[in-house]
Design a binder for this molecule. Structure first.
Ligand code: HEC
Ligand code: HEC
Length: 503
């Protein structure tokens, strides 16, 4: 009797335990399913905050097994890296030229989003299209929205993130030891940290490094501050091309960051430096791909907000004094030598629209460095057409061209250094014959040179930032060509520079 009741009790305990195990398992599975199905960006109702800190969908995504996309690790890891590898980046992210604002945990140009259960970070448009200007080394910097990110060393930033992620000192414990006391990661993220998240991250980072190695290991000249190679990373990351197998001439394509304001009047113009596309929407979407968005992760609603805002964003007014009499004299010189390619009544009331604005000047005529032009090929254009299978977003306006675009010069004072490869530091220097332009200069300072129109280029360091020494004798960095106005007398050049400050 006693035995049978013992067995009955045992059976019910086992049954009970099995049920309990099942409930725990189902609850656990549901918890994981709910955690990884969340796709929630940190949002901002103010468009300026959205532009600076919003997510455009460039965080890694797709699936836990094969995340692809952005070059950045999860939020908690990104925040820990500068302290884990302090020797590799003594000045923190600011020393790489990221713009940091008080009261924000991330730099301008980095958005945050929870995806696949993990708080992720990714680049947005402001990363390369926003920067600071100041009157002197002791003045406070002013943020100028839409201006080229003149101080940012993107190549070094990517290199640092990759190197430190692969560093032995980056471990789950190292990340855990640097978490804030309050408001740290979710339970799910803590569980992932225990379950080998860092090892997976290292594997993915290694794969990414191998794909873009030819761009980071000194085989191509450094981009330096304020530049990125527009299409070569795209060939490697989006199309998985073997960069090492490309002709050498195609592997160098460093381009200066352009401005982002006044997009509406740019519709229909051949833009991008080589004029390869006439559609603003396609340029925006293709830019998003450059930021790390993939056709699967892209956040079209977020991009639409940015598109609508930059459509009419005005260029920044020159913030220093202008000699109006001198500028008025410059206007007539401009009308004589520059109007044909650069002036447009849609940008400036009262000027005549030049016949060639928004068109392309052939490379043999403009004579500037041809590497950026050659880095974009017809085969590459064909591949772009296949990117977005959904016909709403499919590219159809990209074309291989044979020169560089005659672009409007709105806000040109803030777009230094000049030309597509940023090879000429100031407006004044652009009006000198190539042999008289600086053959080497420092890039990345945000202190403005009011005399010559551009950023101070003679200072190698400032406040813990080491500027990039730009050497025009290096392949892709040539500062020749664009000879317009170079034989004017010095007084006329002064007047022309003064006039250009009013744009
Ligand atoms: C990684 C840096 C980077 C990011 C991030 C970036 N851009 Fe750009 N953008 C560039 C560069 C470089 C060019 C010039 C491309 C070229 O012609 O070589 C450019 C060109 C453009 C142009 C054409 C400008 C012109 O007048 O020729 C537009 C429009 C643009 N970007 C919009 C955007 C938008 C919108 C975003 C965010 C979705 C964005 N960009 C994100 C680097 C970036
Ligand atoms: C025949 C057409 C043409 C004429 C005339 C012309 N330009 Fe240009 N300009 C261009 C082209 C094309 C570029 C881009 C070249 C490149 O980046 O390699 C350019 C670039 C520039 C830039 C640099 C833009 C930037 O964002 O870096 C400035 C500034 C400029 N031009 C000013 C002038 C001035 C001032 C004059 C008159 C003295 C003038 N241009 C005459 C075609 C022209």
């Amino acid at each position: 009797m006693a035995g049978s009741s013992f067995w009955t009790t045992c059976r019910s305990v086992v049954r009970w335990a099995l049920w309990a195990a099942l409930v725990v398992f189902v609850a656990g599975a549901m918890w994981v399913a709910v955690s990884i199905s969340v796709d929630r960006p940190v949002t901002y109702s103010d468009i300026v905050e959205h532009f600076k800190y919003g997510s455009i969908g460039s965080e890694p995504g797709v699936s836990l097994l094969a995340p692809v996309g952005g070059a950045l690790p999860p939020y908690w890891v990104f925040q820990a890296l500068p302290s884990v590898c302090r020797d590799k980046l003594p000045g923190g992210y600011a020393s790489l030229g990221f713009v940091m604002e008080p009261g924000h945990d991330l730099p301008v140009g980095v958005g945050r989003r929870r995806r696949l259960g993990i708080d992720q970070v990714g680049f947005n448009c402001a990363l390369c299209h926003t920067n600071t200007v100041r009157a002197s080394p002791t003045a406070a910097p002013t943020i100028v929205l839409g201006m080229p990110a003149n101080t940012l060393d993107l190549q070094k930033a990517v290199q640092f993130v990759i190197d430190c992620t692969l560093d032995n000192r980056l471990t789950a414990d190292a990340v855990r030891g640097r978490l804030p006391k309050a408001g740290g990661p979710s339970l799910f993220e803590r569980a992932l940290l225990r379950a080998g998240l860092i090892d997976r991250l290292k594997l993915q980072t290694l794969a990414l490094r191998n794909r873009i190695a030819p761009l980071l290991d000194g085989r191509v000249p450094d981009w330096g501050r304020g530049r990125v190679d527009t299409f070569n990373p795209y060939k490697a990351v989006q199309f998985n091309w073997d960069l090492a197998a490309l002709p050498a001439s195609e592997r160098i394509g460093a381009a200066d960051f352009p401005s982002l304001w006044n997009q509406q009047p740019r519709e229909g113009m051949h833009l991008h430096w080589d004029g390869d596309n006439t559609s603003v929407d396609e340029r925006n979407l293709s830019a998003a791909l450059g930021a790390g968005v993939t056709p699967v992760t892209v956040d079209h609603a977020s991009l639409q907000r940015i598109r609508d805002w930059i459509w009419t964003l005005p260029p920044p007014k020159y913030p220093f004094a202008i000699d109006q009499t001198l500028a008025a004299r410059g206007a007539s010189i401009y009308a004589q030598y520059c109007i044909d390619c650069h002036a447009d009544a849609r940008f400036r009331e009262g000027v005549k629209t030049g016949a060639r604005v928004g068109l392309i000047t052939p490379i043999d005529e403009i004579g500037t460095d041809r590497h950026r032009l050659d880095s974009y090929t017809a085969v590459f254009a064909d591949n772009q057409y296949g990117l977005y299978p959904d016909s709403t977003y499919r590219f159809s306006h990209f074309r291989k061209t044979d020169g560089y675009a005659n672009q409007p010069l709105d806000g040109i004072w803030a777009r230094a250094p000049y030309l597509h490869n940023g090879s000429v530091p100031t407006l004044r220097a652009l009006l000198d014959a190539p042999a008289d332009r600086p053959s080497a200069f420092y890039r990345g300072n945000d202190v403005y040179d009011q005399a010559d129109g551009g950023f101070v280029w003679t200072m190698p360091t400032l406040d813990g930032r080491t500027f990039f020494r730009y050497d025009t004798s290096i392949e892709g960095n040539g500062n020749g060509g664009h000879l317009y106005g170079t034989s004017l007398p010095p007084d006329d050049k002064r007047a022309l520079v003064e006039y250009l400050k009013t744009f």
